[in-house]
Design a protein around this ligand. Structure first.
Ligand code: M6R
Length: 627
């Protein structure tokens, strides 16, 4: 939620800049462009120019702010902060947009997160005579910081320390003050913040895409830390001023990875990047003898051997990846495996102990619900292994081990390539555990790896026929409701297909286990109701295939329009399908890596033909960093 950028350099825009110096506003705006996927209710910037803080902010997407800046430009500056918002406290209005000013307009603050004790703090500050212009918790933090700066310590870093000691909740705060015109101070608790290291300039961002155009040297901050950046220094302390360390790393993707590359949307680009996402996630995971190795695991083998239960925790699409993986992990490892939404997990008093392996799946590595569940699981003594796409993010850092997916940056709010990469990584983990625990021989593991290795080309075959699915999607542009059915691994695929359609096309969509149909959902079927059915391979367990074919007949008999996703060569489905989308043959457990793709294409095309922005669907944000 909310994108945050900070910059401090030496050269104003328009000055004779050296090779590596940039104007603050240009850097901040470019950063906001790249971070807009985190929230797009409103946007704002503040700079220090000729000893004054100047700011502009506007509700709506970043383009509204750009129009405002064109109508009412800011002066060139060397220090700036910028924000793109996903509203929590206070609606998405101009007044609630960040930055919020305090200390008579000399201080500007932007914020990501929720200040939980904002109400008593606001009451206290009102009692001191301060007035508030917005309904936000952020303005309370800004006024508190301004009050401390003015009345206690005339140093922004120290004032931030004192302010943070009083704040509860989750926050990344960035502040600039007119009295210290070459400094940006930031604080983080339970909310993401990364430093970018430049030469004679330094950067801050919610994630590295905030500054990826300028540097690939990044520093990840720990919990409860404050960082003060000037053009030549980066100083990190804790909330009490004690020196602290960040962890420097090199960002392994470049700015072009965060560009559309000729595609009409990031969503379409990312769907098309899926062969590569799966291939790269598989890459380098075997030794020269073909043994599966997962060196990043960092959990003692004896601990992994003694695990007697696995719990997968995640949210949204990542949780569906977990549901898919569960079928494979249980089948291969014979370890009871549960999948639970992270936000439900820790509130139900789950049975978790030292013999439980918790797998936390998260594309962003910042999802607050998942992070809190990770902390809870570790407190109960479980080992936590993260499957994550974002290097340097919080969830892997707080886990015992990490297995990175190598999908590359996922910018579109709706997850696509990360989903397939998550399934791939979870399968690697399942195979590794099966090998380690003696449930599978090396050649059995090698056979599955070989099948996995063929998946990228098969995804490409589906993408090469995308036009058929897109045409079909356009035919359903007026659908009011679409249902999705699946059995076994096809069930979470059905859930994911429904989620994609809901979030992109704002159409009522629901996924069901096909076997559950006659226990209630079949009552929804009426003449013309579109229903996707994900059909398992007829070459797998025969009963599975024939039962789903029976389900198709049951809904057809009641007037449903059936869109069937089946394996090439499956002639049995033809008689009962209004439309068939064939995918290449593959073993049943791996099928979700293929059957998901047409559902993504369908949702993306249908939403696009309705004229919706598929990269930034309404009300959503890419990374959900509040509970
Ligand atoms: O970054 P994460 O994988 O932890 O995000 C989890 C969900 O918020 C995410 O998958 C969400 O459901 C997407 N909008 C789905 O497209």
């Amino acid at each position: 939620m909310c994108g945050i950028v900070g910059y401090v350099g030496r050269t104003k825009a328009g000055d004779a800049a050296s090779d590596h110096q940039h104007g603050a506003l240009d850097v901040v705006i470019e950063g906001l462009r790249r971070l807009e996927y985190r929230g797009y209710d409103s946007a704002g910037v503040a700079v220090i120019s000729d000893g004054h803080v100047e700011s502009r902010k506007k509700s709506g997407k970043l383009t509204n702010l750009l129009a405002e800046l064109e109508a009412d430009p800011l002066q060139p500056a060397v220090v700036g902060i910028g924000h793109t918002r996903w509203a929590t406290h206070g609606g998405p209005t101009d007044g609630n947009a960040h930055p919020h000013l305090a200390d008579d307009g000399k201080l500007a603050v932007i914020h990501n997160g929720i200040i939980e004790n904002f109400a008593p703090l606001k009451a206290e500050l009102l009692g001191k005579g301060y007035q508030f212009k917005s309904e936000t918790d952020t303005e309370v933090a800004a006024v508190l910081l301004g009050d401390i700066y003015r009345n206690q310590v005339r140093n922004l870093s120290e004032a931030m320390q004192l302010a943070c000691q009083r704040l509860e909740g989750a926050f990344t705060l960035l502040a600039i003050h007119a009295d210290q015109p070459d400094v940006v101070v930031a604080a983080r608790r339970n909310s993401p913040l990364v430093v970018g290291l430049g030469e004679g300039e330094n950067f801050l961002g919610s994630d590295v895409s905030g500054f990826i155009d300028y540097t690939r040297r990044a520093v990840e901050l720990g919990q409860d830390q404050i960082v003060t950046i000037t053009p030549d220094s980066v100083e990190i302390t804790d909330f009490f001023g004690a020196p602290a360390q960040g962890h420097e790393y090199k960002v392994d993707w470049d700015a072009t990875a965060a560009k559309k590359d000729g595609y009409p949307s990031f969503m379409e680009k990312e769907i098309n990047e899926q062969p590569r996402a799966v291939r790269e996630t598989l890459l380098g995971r075997t030794d020269t003898d073909g043994n599966l190795m997962l060196d990043e695991l960092r959990i003692d083998e004896s601990v992994l051997r003694s695990v007697d239960k696995i719990i997968v925790i995640a949210c949204g699409t990542a949780a569906y990846a977990g549901q898919v993986a569960r079928y494979a992990i249980e089948h291969w490892c014979r370890v009871p495996t549960e999948v639970e939404l992270a936000h439900e997990f820790r509130y139900r008093d789950p049975i978790v102990d030292e013999k439980t392996l918790v797998i936390a799946i998260s594309q962003s590595g910042e999802t607050m619900d998942t992070l809190m569940a990770v902390r809870y699981a570790r407190e109960q003594g479980a080992k936590v292994l993260a499957i994550c796409n974002t290097n340097g993010s919080t969830i892997p850092r707080e886990s015992d081990a990490v297995l990175y997916t190598h999908a590359g940056p996922e910018i579109a709010v709706a997850s696509t390539k990360a989903f397939l990469a998550q399934i791939t990584a979870a399968y690697l983990l399942g195979l590794y555990l099966a090998q380690l625990r003696g449930n599978k021989y090396r050649d059995e593991v090698a056979d599955v790896l070989e099948d996995l290795g063929r998946i990228p080309d098969k995804i490409q075959q589906i993408l090469d026929r995308a036009d058929e699915v897109k045409k079909l999607a356009r035919d359903f542009v007026d659908a009011k409701s679409v249902l999705f059915l699946g059995r076994h691994v096809g069930f979470p695929v059905a859930l994911e297909g429904a989620l994609k359609l809901k979030e992109l096309a704002y159409i009522h969509a629901e996924g069901f286990a096909a076997g559950e149909l006659k226990h209630g959902p079949i009552a929804l079927i009426e003449e013309g109701q579109p229903v996707f059915v994900v059909v398992p391979s007829p070459r797998g367990r025969d009963s599975l295939h024939s039962k789903v074919v029976s389900n198709i007949q049951e809904i057809r008999a009641r007037g449903a329009v059936t869109i069937v996703i089946a394996e090439e060569g499956d002639e049995a489905v033809k008689d009962y399908a209004n439309h068939v989308i064939y995918v290449p043959q593959t073993p049943t457990l791996l099928a979700p890596l293929l059957t998901t793709v047409p559902l993504q294409l369908f949702a993306c095309e249908l939403a696009s033909s309705k004229g919706y922005d598929v990269d930034q669907p309404r009300n959503l944000a890419k990374s959900v960093t509040v509970e």
